[in-house]
Design a protein around this ligand. Structure first.
Ligand code: ZN
Length: 345
């Protein structure tokens, strides 16, 4: 048999055998078998010594062509094997859509956050900006600039957690009003609401918590009056407790407003006839408000002869308790999931 015939035979044999290979491991074996040092070509190369010098180049050329062809078969088969492996993998990892899925619990906003968002939306709609400030405050902003100098008896209305003589946990969100007025360099008009946590040294019971949330509002400009305050609060009462609600103002006292009022809303539960929620009066006290005291404007650099305005403040827990019939303020903070889950939105 001529060398050429042997080479063609070997090539043909390799072609058929390599087609049967099913794994990378077998493919490596096949490569060693045909192209390795001790492989099929070793025998053929040994025939070289019987050739004349003239015959050798042609022999070399044929051998090379056969090697290249066999390497080609190996490469082709590798592509087929790779594809097969990928398909097998996909098969294994395919998802059975008929299997029951995992149940994901979707979190909900806390009821207090929901109420705050609702109140924010209402006031943003009336052109207010939402402002926030620190919960650890200095005495000057929490009291002094709000017309509550040191040793003023009205400070007793707010039992306070002092950190040092000059720093404390804020007792109301009013210092955010001070900060906003101070930061307003051109002393122009202001229209803000400030939601946030406040702290008072109270013994916790069904209606008291040492930590609670407030939303306060402040409007300062050249014309805003008590009539604007009343209209604003009526709009808020209707939004929070229903279109049929009315409000009434009773004279009151706060150091930072003058005149000051307590604001009652007609009872949403009995429509004013009298029930246990309104303690038989038909009215529910929801917030305090008033015309900004001149001293407060002056303390933050506003000219009280030119500027005036109103401020109001409400407890978010109280609004939520009235709205949703919650009878214990501690429920908001004890993180009982059964309580929290009731207020899905
Ligand atoms: Zn009532």
């Amino acid at each position: 048999m001529s060398v050429k015939q042997r080479l063609l035979e070997l090539q043909e044999h390799a072609k058929e055998q390599i087609k049967l290979v099913k794994s990378i491991h077998e493919l490596n074996d096949a490569k060693a078998k045909y192209l390795g040092k001790k492989g099929a070509f070793a025998d053929i190369m040994s025939m070289m010594k019987d050739l004349t010098n003239e015959e050798r180049p042609a022999f070399g050329k044929l051998t090379n062509e056969a090697k290249v062809a066999i390497q080609g078969y190996l490469d082709e088969q590798k592509i087929i094997i790779d594809e097969f492996i990928i398909n097998e993998q996909l098969e294994k990892e395919s998802i059975d859509v008929s299997m029951p899925g995992k149940k994901f619990e979707v979190g909900k906003k806390h009821i207090l956050t929901q109420v705050i968002n609702e109140i924010e939306d209402l006031f943003i709609g009336m052109g207010y900006e939402v402002m926030e400030g620190p919960e650890v405050e200095i005495d000057e902003y929490n009291f002094e600039k709000l017309n509550l100098p040191k040793n003023h008896p009205a400070r007793d209305m707010q039992d306070t957690f002092y950190i040092t003589d000059e720093t404390l946990l804020r007792t109301h969100t009013s210092p955010v009003q001070v900060r906003t007025m101070l930061a307003n360099e051109n002393k122009g008009p202001i229209k803000i609401i400030c939601p946030g946590k406040v702290f008072r040294r109270d013994d916790d019971d069904a209606t008291h918590s040492h930590q609670f949330m407030q939303i306060e509002g402040l409007v300062v400009d050249e014309t805003t009056s008590m009539a604007d305050l009343k209209g604003t609060l009526l709009a808020a009462a209707k939004k929070l407790f229903g279109e049929k609600r009315e409000i009434r103002l009773r004279p009151s006292y706060f150091p930072f407003t003058e005149p000051s009022v307590e604001v009652d809303v007609s009872c949403h539960n009995c429509n004013g006839k009298g029930c246990n929620i309104c303690k038989g009066t038909g009215w529910i006290e929801v917030l305090g408000a008033g015309i900004v005291n001149d001293n407060v404007l002056e303390a933050s650099g506003y000219d009280s002869k030119k500027y005036q305005g109103f401020a109001f403040g409400m407890g978010v827990e109280r609004i939520a308790m009235l709205k949703y019939g919650i009878n214990d303020i501690r429920s908001f903070y004890t993180n009982d999931i059964r309580f929290i889950k009731q207020f899905k939105k």
